[in-house]
Design a protein. Sequence first.
Length: 384
Amino acid sequence: MFKIDKTTNRITRLQNKRFSDLGFSERNHLQEWLAYQPDAFGEELLIIQKEFDGFDDTRERLDLLALDKDGNLVIIENKLDDTGRDVVWQALKYASYCSGLGKKQIVDIFQSYLNRYCGGGDANALVCEFLEVPDMGEVVLNSGNAQRLIFVAANYRKEVTSTALWLLSHGIQLQCFKVTPFSMQLDVTEGQREELFLNVEQIIPTPEAKELMIGISAKEADEKVTEQELKNRHKIRLGFWEQALEAFKTSQCDLFDNINPTKDHWLSAGSGVRSCPYTLIFGAKEARVQLEFTRSSAEENKFIFDFMQANEQDIETTFSEELTWLRLDEKKASRVQYSQEFQGYERDSWPDIIDWMITHMIRLEKATKQYLSQANSQIKNSAQ
């Protein structure tokens, strides 16, 4: 750190000092500075206790306890010139102890702090003012496992920074601040005088890395939600197909007798013509029955589709409904389908969906099987 002299247009290096050389102690100095000026951490914090030892069955005490603007507890551990090896483990223990504190306990802790160090005050009112809510009924404190850790020291050992980075990657909210005292000798008329300065710098994560990590955390959270949604969908689909296949076995439709349930949204059965399966579709908003043309040759698929569509009137008369004809010229495959809207993921709807599928798959097979066979025969004859 340098001092700028505007008169000489020069800079002068400030002298880096050790807290111990200056006679400063952790409890009487560094802790007091931060308790009085918590915005040194770059955010608004409400200090609610210092030297907190209100843990059952242990005599341990944490340095500073605070609330952030979201009502999360913040455990602040201060060290002077060196973190030591065990500061992370120490803070994690304190976080685990604090995780069980309820709203009333936290307000009582703050009230005790006010009475002892601040000459009194209304803890409830000050918490509401800090969180910008009208009354305690709207206050949520220490929700879930959202406790935060802040470490403060002049120097960090490698085992501390390594562990801190590992915890960050696993979603633990923590910050490491490096505090460095500086001195500068001033020439005054009475003689030399030493001016002291304190630099507070966040080193883990850096502000840039913190923004990146917030983005990564949001992405990971979104991925976890998506992954869980997929698992739920897979479970729902598997359950549906199990019920549907049992019902098909006792119906007049034998297409799916040897088909096993899956987690997919579709279930296909052979039609007797290569790569032209009859397919059931089970979706969140609709169910479908369809006949697909999925051969490796797009030309053959389009030929079968065109042959079937040339007999559209007879097929739809037999089916008793208008079908949707999808030639899909931009794709290799084509299909004919019929759909109905359902709330597929509501289990109470499953019996109706299954009955609908059975009825319309029987109709679809009856209406299309003859023409499908004829189209296939023409392809075979042309190949001879």
